[in-house]
Design a protein around this ligand. Structure first.
Ligand code: GAL
Length: 448
């Protein structure tokens, strides 16, 4: 008997050990000696697109939507005038030109176009159309996001993405915007970071509607995939030249202790949910056991939003716990609290390439009010990107997050992500040193 238990334990131990050796090899967590890399030796293709990204709710100001209702109900910092960009956009677009950019990612605010159900306003759509004309006249490619975390309050009241019956409203809105702009806008992001939206809003309760339910989270994720594929297929049928994707937040989950089977289990599970679900939906047309009609291959490019890795211990974000950031000893902490981990950008690119379509980097940046980290952050990430392109990864663009400081969702105005610093008292903008670096680097790359 004792012999049998001992043999069984030994066998189990060997299996766990082999499993861990396999995982350690299959999912390496490289850390470079950055002092040894020549960050100036970067080379991008001539036709590479250089840009920045913003989102309507974070910059426009003067909105009434699911977010403003949430801000008020939670007594958090109000988005209010934001960067007053709705009024100042022409001046802000001059900043895009000053940086020498040739692509700009921004989002359309549905609550402006349909403030009450079925009551469409033509004025705001005309304004967006003017923005598109202005961008094109500057030689800047517009990339339009149709849903970037915000939507009308009436739609939220109906349950938003948590109710499949609401999806036609969203599709109708997208169709309308596409009909008005698709003669000039050729690159579209249907939805920004669906997994962030669903987990922050329905599991962690930090985004509207502030719920904490795993079943609702999974439902919202599925419905967002349904919405994406419906919009993709409809817009594609109307304009074959539209290039349509979504922006995927790729967070890497690394086990706190790389010899701990429990930490591995937690990190692989989170990766399976966070990064795997949308990949499986595109590759196989299935998500969490359900067939999603039309989802398979509903993608012309994959938008990659990369910020950091999540060092994962036994802690798993659940309905009752809060996010907690850990960092490795050699890592620098950003203002947000999570570490700068540029090495992970390469891993995120490798992950994104498995979607089988070209990659557009739709967001990458850092919260750094003093601008002391941003120059190095920018250089490291661009070096990683340049190396990846040299190694054959098909990455077409880089959009820095963000053009200017703006309303950072649950964190309010405390997090400053801008190449331009914004003085919210008088709405003046001033270029940070990192902005100068980005501008000069783009100039040098485009001149080659
Ligand atoms: C992303 C989001 C952006 C911006 C950024 C910085 O998740 O899409 O809107 O907030 O994070 O944290």
């Amino acid at each position: 008997m004792i012999e049998a238990v001992a043999t069984f334990s030994l066998a189990l131990l060997s299996v766990v050990l082999i499993w861990m050796i396999y995982l350690r090899r299959a999912h390496p967590e490289p850390h470079l000696d950055w002092g040894r890399q020549d960050l100036d030796s970067i080379k991008f293709p001539e036709n590479f697109h250089w840009g920045v990204a913003t989102a309507a709710h974070q910059v426009e100001g003067g909105l009434r939507n699911n977010w403003t209702a949430f801000e008020e109900s939670k007594d958090m910092e109000l988005s209010g005038d934001a960067c007053d960009h709705w009024r100042l956009w022409e001046q802000d677009f001059q900043m895009l030109s000053d940086l020498g950019l040739n692509t700009y990612r921004f989002s359309i605010e549905w609550s402006r176009l349909e403030p009450e159900e079925g009551a469409w306003e033509e004025g705001p759509l005309k304004e967006y159309s003017k923005m598109v004309d202005d961008l094109i006249s500057r030689g800047i490619r517009p990339m339009v996001t149709l849903h970037h975390f915000s939507h009308p309050h009436w739609w939220e009241d109906k349950g938003g993405f948590s109710n499949a019956e609401n999806i036609p409203d969203f599709v109708r809105y997208c169709d309308r915007v596409h009909a008005a702009l698709s003669d000039r806008v050729k690159v579209w992001c249907t939805i920004n970071e669906p997994v962030v939206f669903s987990s922050m809003g329905y599991a962690l309760g930090q985004f509207p509607p502030g719920k904490r339910s795993i079943t609702q989270t999974v439902l919202v994720m599925k419905n967002m995939m349904v919405a994406h594929s419906k919009v993709y297929n409809l817009l594609k049928s109307k304009d074959k030249d539209s290039s349509i994707g979504f922006a995927k937040n790729v967070t890497l989950f690394d086990p706190t202790n790389r010899w701990s089977p429990l930490d591995w289990a937690a990190s692989r599970l989170l990766d399976w949910i966070w990064n795997g679900a949308w990949q499986r939906a595109i590759q196989k047309g299935r998500m969490f056991g359900s067939n999603i009609d039309g989802a398979k291959s509903s993608l012309d490019f994959i938008g990659l939003n990369y910020y950091t890795h999540f060092v994962t211990g036994l802690f798993v974000p659940t309905a009752t716990s809060e996010l907690d950031f850990q960092k490795r000893d050699n890592e620098v902490e950003t203002d947000f609290g999570y570490p700068m981990y540029a090495e992970g950008f390469r891993r995120a690119i490798e992950y994104a390439s498995a979607f089988g379509v070209p990659i557009e980097v739709t967001e990458n940046g850092v919260a750094d009010a003093s601008d002391s980290l941003r120059p190095e952050h920018l250089k490291r990430h661009l070096w990683i990107l340049s190396e990846a392109i040299k190694d054959g990864y098909d990455v077409r663009s880089f959009h820095y997050w963000s053009l200017m400081d703006n309303f950072e969702w649950a964190e309010g105005y405390s997090m400053r992500f801008g190449l331009y610093e914004v003085n919210y008292e008088d709405q003046s903008r001033s270029l940070r040193q990192s902005g100068e670096i980005y501008r000069d680097l783009i100039k040098a790359q485009l001149k080659r």
